[in-house]
Design a protein around this ligand. Structure first.
Ligand code: COA
Length: 178
C-alpha cells in the first residue's frame, strides 16, 4: 500500500445518493470500459490514454474509482493528493505523487452519457471527499471543461479563472475548501 493510500471505504459499498449505484476502486481490467466512456464523453483534444489512466490507477488506487449499476460501469473518477496550484495535463502520464500534498486534485470525472443526471458524479465525488478526509486534505482543485461548471458549483466549488487548457479548449480552474 502506498503511503498516501487511506483505508478503502469503497469496496462493496452501496453509495448515496444514487441508491442502486456502487463505487469501487478501479482495476486494470476496467480499462476497456474507461476508454469507451472516455471516447463517448470527451472531445478528441480532451481524451486520456491507456498509459495515463494506468499511471493514476497504480499511483493512487484509492482515488481511482468506478461507479457501477450491477455490472455496468456508469462513470469513473480519478483524484490524487497533489500540490496546490499545479495542473495535471490531459493524458499526462504521472510517475510519482508529491511528497507533501496539500490538495485533493480531481483530474477526471465522467458519467457515461446514458447514466447522466442520476447522481453518478455526485456519488463519486462523495467517495473522493471521504478519501480526502482520511488524508486530512480539506482543499480540492480541478479544471472544469465542456460546460461542467454547473455540476461543480452545485457541489460547492468556486471558479478561480478561465484559461486555455489545451489549444482551443476553454476551461475553468475551480477550487473548494471544506
Ligand atoms: C459533468 C458530469 C460529470 C455530471 O455527471 P452526472 O452524473 O450527470 O451529475 P449528477 O447526476 O451527480 O448531477 C448532480 C447535479 O449537478 C448539476 N448538473 C449536473 N449536470 C449538469 C448539467 N449538464 N447542466 C447543469 N447542471 C448539471 C445538477 O444540479 C444535478 O442535480 P439534478 O440532476 O438533480 O438537477 C457529466 O455531465 C459528464 O460526464 N460530462 C462529460 C464529461 C465531462 O465533461 N466531465 C467534466 C470534467 S471537468
Amino acid at each position: 500500500m502506498d503511503q498516501h493510500d487511506p483505508p478503502s471505504h469503497a469496496d462493496g459499498q452501496i453509495a448515496e445518493p444514487g441508491a442502486r449505484l456502487r463505487v469501487r476502486p478501479l482495476v486494470s481490467a476496467d480499462l476497456p470500459d474507461l476508454i469507451r466512456i472516455d471516447r463517448e464523453s470527451y472531445t478528441p483534444e480532451l481524451r486520456e490514454s491507456e498509459a495515463a489512466f494506468l499511471s493514476k490507477l497504480v499511483l493512487f488506487r484509492a482515488g481511482a474509482l468506478g461507479c457501477f449499476d450491477g455490472d455496468q460501469m456508469c462513470g469513473y473518477a480519478f483524484a490524487l493528493p497533489w500540490k496546490a496550484g499545479t495542473l495535471i495535463g490531459v493524458a499526462q502520464v504521472l510517475d510519482a505523487l508529491p511528497a507533501d500534498p496539500d490538495v485533493m486534485y480531481v483530474h477526471d470525472m465522467v458519467a457515461a452519457p446514458a447514466c447522466r443526471r442520476r447522481g453518478v458524479a455526485s456519488t463519486l465525488l462523495g467517495e473522493i471527499a471521504r478519501v480526502a478526509e482520511a488524508l486530512h486534505l480539506s482543499r480540492f482543485e480541478l479544471v472544469a471543461v465542456q460546460g461542467s461548471e454547473p455540476f461543480w458549483r452545485q457541489a460547492g466549488f468556486q471558479a478561480v479563472e478561465t484559461f486555455e487548457y489545451v489549444p482551443g479548449v476553454a476551461a475553468t480552474k475551480m477550487e473548494m475548501t471544506v
